[in-house]
Design a protein around this ligand. Sequence first.
Ligand code: PNS
Length: 173
Amino acid sequence: MSVAIYPGSFDPITYGHLDIVERAAAVFDRLVVAVLRNPRKAALFDEDDRIEVIRRAIAEELPPEVGRRVSIDRFDGLTVEAARRHGAGFVVRGLRAVSDFESELQMAHFNRKLAPGIDTVFFMTALEHAYLSSSLVKEIARFGGDVRGMVPAAVAERLQSVAAGWSADPTVG
Ligand code: PNS
């Protein structure tokens, strides 16, 4: 059975990520979406929120057979350690543009050095989602922009309620 791990910050998950989940689930028998808990990086959503919206996005927006192959977990520490825990032989990452390639290549080499039995597999982000980034989506929401169509409905709802809090108190966010 082929198992892959798809690690990321997912703060929050976008349609670019969700598309990679669907396509990777068609290639591997099992896909673990692994949400990084990174105390050094200030996240807008805590892991529980990030996991909850990923769960809803998969259930609400992907076919049920995809959902059956995908699980969600959180991790801190090394991606390759999380991969080992799940028995994953592959790390999945998306490439939106050439600008992503350099850092992703470096990460893939580091990960292979650390765990020679684990390979990185890249999926090219679908053209219609290639402009998306979690940080810019957050910025757009921050200034009251409409993020539907960029992120799953569960995320858009969550961002809207967070943004409502920001506009009520302009000193936060
Ligand atoms: O969604 P992101 O922020 O681009 O994901 C980056 C991620 C989580 C894949 C990367 O930061 C990572 O693997 N972090 C875990 C620590 C680790 O394994 N570092 C060595 C990789 S070179």
